[in-house]
Design a protein around this ligand. Structure first.
Ligand code: AP5
Length: 209
């Protein structure tokens, strides 16, 4: 079974690779960031609670995120496996996840900060279908428009310089310690996340063999 977690700093390319991998394996891509952004866009009570934390680059409280993840993991398509991207973010979330499901692989995306900043500052996404672009490395065919539905592309509200700085600090302080946890459990594989999308894709496949 493929119950896979992707760990790594903001902008490492987790979402990009998670979509490709999930499609190839025929299992769902579960992104807590996407779930929270959808809640914000739909102005649900969860979205209203989460929005301020996200804009500042802070973690949304564990209890709020666990609720949506538990619900999603409970749906039938996730029983065949999943690619989980954005969860867990701290030790408490890792414990909660362990109570919900066993894992088969944890892939750590390793990448220099200079590459992250460049990837994040050039990221744009489609507010209608969620497709993610990069103005330098994965540009849309028509500048500023989604290839799928022609919607004008937007920049994420947390891709500001200040929020990215905070997200990196939070990542180092509370998420990085998860590497030791999963290494101890024998689940961790490190993937070099620099290079083209295809390069990283090939390394992800190799790490899962
Ligand atoms: P989340 O959405 O999880 O964001 P993140 O972890 O900060 O990661 P990103 O989405 O920024 O980056 P990514 O690694 O997916 O990179 P991508 O593939 O887009 O979380 C956002 C917020 O939600 C959090 O700050 C928090 O507030 C909240 N949240 C979410 N989960 C939570 C949780 N569990 N607990 C509490 N709060 C939570 O790629 C980046 C760019 O690079 C794109 O433009 C892409 O096109 C490009 N790119 C990708 N790969 C390559 C490549 N190989 N070469 C060149 N360009 C590339």
């Amino acid at each position: 079974m493929h119950r896979i977690v992707l760990l790594g700093p903001p902008g490492a390319g987790k979402g990009t690779q998670a979509k490709r991998l999930a499609q190839e394996l025929g299992i769902p891509h579960l992104s807590t960031g996407d779930m929270l952004r959808a809640a914000v866009a739909q102005d649900t009570p969860l979205g209203r609670d989460a929005d301020g934390y996200m804009r500042q680059g802070l973690l949304v409280p564990d209890s709020l995120v666990l609720g949506i993840l538990r619900e999603r993991l409970g749906t039938p398509d996730a029983h065949r496996g999943f690619v989980l991207d954005g969860y867990p973010r701290n030790v408490a979330q890792a414990r909660s996840l362990a109570e919900l499901t066993p894992l088969d692989h944890v892939l750590y995306f390793e990448i220099p900060d200079s590459v992250l900043v460049e990837r994040i500052s050039e990221r744009r996404s489609c507010p209608t279908c969620g497709t993610v672009y990069n103005l330098v490395t994965q540009p849309p065919r028509t500048p500023g428009r989604c290839d799928r539905d022609s919607t004008p592309l937007v920049q994420r509200s947390d891709d500001t310089e200040e929020s990215v700085r905070t997200r990196l600090v939070v990542y180092r302080e509370v998420t990085l310690p998860l590497l030791d946890l999963y290494r101890t459990q024998g689940l961790l594989r490190t993937v070099a996340a620099s290079g083209t999308v295809e390069d990283v894709d090939a390394r992800v496949r190799a790490a899962l063999r």
